[in-house]
Ligand binder design. Sequence first.
Ligand SMILES: [Zn+2]
Length: 263
Amino acid sequence: MTNGDQFRELIEGYSLGALDPEERASVEAHLASGCVDCGKALEEARWLVTQLAYLAPEAKPSDLLRGRLLQTVRAEARAMKSAKVSSAIPLWMWGAFAALLLFTIYTAWDTTQLNKQIAAINEQAKQEIAKRQELEEKFAIAQREAIILTDPRSVKIPMGTENKELPKMEAIWHAKLGIVVSGLNVPAPSGTHTLQLWLIPKAKDGKPIPSLTLRPDADGKFVLLVANPPDAMDTTKALAITEEPAGGSPQPTTKPIWVGAIS
Ligand SMILES: [Zn+2]
C-alpha cells in the first residue's frame, strides 16, 4: 500500500475503459508492479462492470448512459408491479443496486475529469494573464515613446552619418521620460553585431557613457527607447551610435557611425 496512491482514483475509470491511452498505460504499469490496494479495487470494479452489463447495451461511458440506466431501472420497477416474481432477489433490485454503484463510480470519475478541466482552465488563464501583461508593457512603452515624440519640451537631436549609403537617424530627448532613437531602412549590422548608443559628456576628459544596444528589425526599422539615460541632458554634449559585438561594450570599440550634437 502506498500513501496517497494517485492510481487508486483511476481504477474505476480504467475498469470502465474510460481512461485515455496514456493514463491506461500508467495504470497498467502500476498494477503490474503489484499494488495490493489497486489490485483489490480493480477486482471490485470489474465485478461491478459485469453487473452493469445486464443494465446497458454498452458499458462504455457516454452522456446518455445515466439516462439510459434510469430508464432501465424505472421500466423494471414498473414491470415488477404487474408481474409475479419468484426469484429471491428480483432482477430490478440488482439493477437499482448496480445503478447506484455506477453513479458512485461516475461521481469519482467525473471529479477526476473535472479536476483535470479545472487545471487546464487555470493553466489557460495564467497564459492569458501573461499575454495581457506583455501587451500592457508594450502599450506602456508605446505610450511613453509617443509622449517623448510629441511633447514640445522634448529636444530633437538629428543624428547624421558620413556614410552616404546609410539613412539618418533621429533622437528625441525628454528630460523626464528618456530618449527615443529611431531610424528607417537601417541595414542590419554584420553577424551578431549590434548598434549601441553612447552619451558623450560635456566634461573635457569625459569618456563616452555606454547606453542600450539594439538591432534594426527585418524591415530596417530602428526604435530604441532609453527610459533611464545614464546621464542628464545638461551635461551631455552629443549622442553617438557605434557597431559593437553582441551584448554591447563598456567603451566604444569602433568609430561612431551616427553622431548628433545636443544644441
Ligand atoms: Zn496502487
